[in-house]
Design a binder for this molecule. Structure first.
Ligand SMILES: O=C(NNC1=NCCC1)c1ccc(Br)cc1
Length: 331
């Protein structure tokens, strides 16, 4: 079996949403596929109205195939301190013609203001490893872990694009979606993330390769590229107008600055993925400002690097849960 679904970026590529069908008759919600967490949760009719702001709500009582998991609850806090919690139902879930008939659907009763404010986002599909699923008293499998036994191949792929729709595929690799070869690196799933080691980086096409092992996770749910301070310094020192602005919470530079270089990160066997300098102009700092917030920021608060959407949208990425590897290709 296999599945394929289009993803659509929101403004500034801050997140990517995909249509997901839940229940019988099907209820379609737009969800954020997040490889940095492992809960599938949705805005639901269990929420207080004050926490809802335009989102589509999953109504378990309107689904003839939903079963409440009595006594089961969930509560999750994300790296950006947003959070949600609620009850748990079993129901059928379809993503891109791939159906899991007995998926744990976590129906929200409480969401933080960040989620309430994000009116296009109806919830998340966590495709990290099930070990960090938050359901109590017994953790639940992710959508991919439930689907995996029936798939042609135990992989899903992420093709995120800058300012354009891309695609998530399940169970196969579309050889027309990338150029050159896919280079695989080993993943350590101990803490539930797609964690891997990059051998180093290069700033600009004429720069030298810096061999320094960068431990980090591939996280579709994080917008920016969060790297060690030493790497950020090496990058922003090449941009004439760049400065670290504590008031803005990070590095900024003049939006039109012509000196913004490309950034390359190593994967394996000498392969590097090139992130165009244009991806590093994340957003204007304030309306009317001429300064842009950088797409690369420090990972100092986090403890390890997060290869978020700014990096992932430069590549075709294979999440191989069968062999616990990540595949990287240019496109
Ligand atoms: O929360 C994380 N990723 N997903 C999402 N962020 C915001 C909503 C969804 C995240 C995961 C690991 C680390 Br380390 C830091 C952050």
């Amino acid at each position: 079996d296999r599945g394929s679904v289009q993803n659509s970026p929101k403004l500034y590529d801050v997140e990517y949403l995909m249509p997901v069908s839940l229940g019988t008759p099907s209820q379609q919600l737009n969800l954020d596929l997040d490889t940095g967490s492992s809960d599938l949760w949705v805005f639901s009719t269990l929420l207080k109205e004050s926490m809802v702001n335009g989102q589509t709500l999953y109504n378990p009582n309107a689904s003839t195939t939903s079963d409440k998991m009595e006594g089961y609850t969930w509560k999750i806090t994300y790296g950006d301190q947003s959070y949600s919690s609620g009850d748990v139902y079993i129901d059928t879930v379809t993503i891109g013609d791939l159906t899991v008939s007995t998926q744990a659907v976590e129906a929200a009763k409480v969401v933080s203001e960040e989620f309430t404010a994000d009116s296009d986002n109806d919830g998340l599909v966590g495709l990290g490893f099930g070990i960090i699923n938050t359901v109590q008293p017994y953790k639940q499998k992710t959508f991919f872990e439930k689907a995996m036994p029936g798939l042609d191949s135990p992989v899903f792929t992420a093709d995120l694009k800058a300012g354009a729709p891309g695609r998530y595929n399940f169970g196969y690799i579309d050889d027309d979606a990338y150029s050159g070869n896919i280079t695989y690196v080993p993943v350590n799933s101990t803490d539930g993330f797609w964690r891997w080691v990059s051998p180093g980086f290069q700033v600009g096409s004429a720069g030298s390769f810096n061999s320094t092992r960068i431990h980090g996770i591939a996280d579709t749910g994080t917008t920016l590229l969060l790297l060690p301070d030493s790497v950020c310094d090496a990058f922003y020192s090449q941009i004439a107008s760049a400065e670290y602005e504590p008031s803005q919470g990070g590095y900024t530079f003049e939006c039109g600055d012509p000196t913004v270089p490309d950034f390359y990160f190593g994967t394996a066997n000498g392969q590097m993925i090139r992130i165009p300098g244009s991806y590093m102009s994340y957003s204007k700092t304030d309306t009317g400002s001429s300064r842009c917030f950088g797409g690369m920021q420090s990972d100092s608060g986090v403890g390890f690097t997060i290869w978020g959407d700014v990096a992932l949208k430069a590549a075709f990425v294979v999440f191989d849960q069968g062999s616990e590897q990540l595949g990287w290709a240019e496109k």
